[in-house]
Ligand binder design. Structure first.
Ligand code: ATP
Length: 306
């Protein structure tokens, strides 16, 4: 489902055309997460799938980045490799100065717990715990101390002060996902990674969650990366990266719903042209047909948002 969004003043402005290219540029000094030469191959022989093919990405600190692309284009794989949930076949990932591709499992687990935040489509809350207990769970598991000042700021931003004693079953879907977002932020992570965070929500709840993620960037200085199919969600971001067949094919700053749909349409047409020229092969599955499907889905989504 799509969500329309009034862009905040500091990121408003004319959305330029998506820059098309094979990489999202070299790592600038204020990069919070960087992938260089990232390659991920699943299976081997006849079943081999190249999910990521030499991807270079740099995510700026204190920004909201959306990753889009057709089904099977490698969005989740890219996010999982950058978040240390999956190991790349080749290439390097650096998060907040730490080269995570060279960490062992124990170090990776610690890094994920202490320096990264995650939000998934399924809220993954513990049903027997209250909202407050769910939010502080990562700190409690690490036997740390909740920074009370930060907790208060997050709770205010998430707008759930009156529901802290409620269990997940007593909260709406949007409220549950906001609890999950607050949980992702409680450790003041270097980056929050969200995979289709509004996939299970109606448009009102989606807006609540996206507004909160946006605020976490604007007011709390967090860095957020969201994987999404929805142009309305992408329009909350400062920048949209487009993937197709395991490669970055576009980079759109200051996105709007319309500019995202236009970019999806352009990449879909290019993908179709490559396919009819016989050049679409070898990459991740979901190639031309998938891209085309994504563009039509985007157009449908835009209809919903208006
Ligand atoms: N564990 C796995 N084993 C084998 N192939 C996989 C695995 N995970 C992903 N793939 C393949 O890698 C490619 C990229 O998958 P990925 O899930 O990253 O795409 P996506 O863009 O996130 O797709 P979707 O939008 O449908 O979630 C696809 O062809 C997928 O089938």
């Amino acid at each position: 489902m799509a969500v329309s969004h009034q862009r905040p003043a500091h990121v408003a402005g004319s959305a330029g055309p998506a820059h098309a290219g094979g990489s999202a540029g070299p790592a600038p000094a204020d990069s919070i997460a960087t992938a260089t030469g990232l390659r991920k191959v699943y299976g081997s022989g006849d079943t081999e799938v190249v999910a990521l093919d030499n991807v270079d990405v740099s995510i700026q600190r204190g920004t909201f980045t959306a990753i889009m692309g057709p089904s099977g284009s490698g969005k989740s794989t890219l996010m999982h490799c950058m978040a240390g949930l999956d190991r790349p076949t080749a290439g390097t990932v650096v998060v907040d100065g730490e080269t995570i591709s060279s960490l062992n499992e124990r170090q990776l687990t610690k890094l994920r717990r202490t320096r990264l935040g995650f939000v998934f489509q399924a809220f993954n809350l513990i049903p027997t715990l209250t909202a407050k207990e769910n939010i502080t769970l990562p700190v409690d598991l690490a036997r740390g101390h909740v920074n009370q000042g930060w907790f208060e700021r997050v709770v205010d931003a998430v707008g759930l002060r009156d529901h802290l004693g409620h269990r997940p079953a007593e909260l709406s879907g949007g409220q549950q996902q906001r609890v999950a977002c607050a949980r992702a932020l409680i450790t003041q992570p270097s980056v929050v990674f969200a995979d289709e965070p509004t996939g299970n929500l109606d448009s009102v709840s989606s807006r609540e969650v996206l507004t909160f993620l946006r605020q976490s960037v604007d007011e709390l200085g967090q860095s957020v990366v969201v994987v999404t199919h929805d142009p309305g969600t992408a329009a909350f971001a400062d920048r949209v990266l487009f993937l197709a067949d395991g490669a970055i094919v576009g980079d759109l700053p200051s996105p709007s719903v319309d500019s995202v749909i236009e970019a999806l349409r352009t990449f879909s047409e290019r993908s179709r042209a490559r396919a009819s020229a016989g050049g679409a092969s070898g990459g991740a599955s979901g190639g031309a047909g998938g891209a085309s499907g994504a563009a039509s889905a985007a157009a449908r989504g835009a209809g919903d948002a208006r």
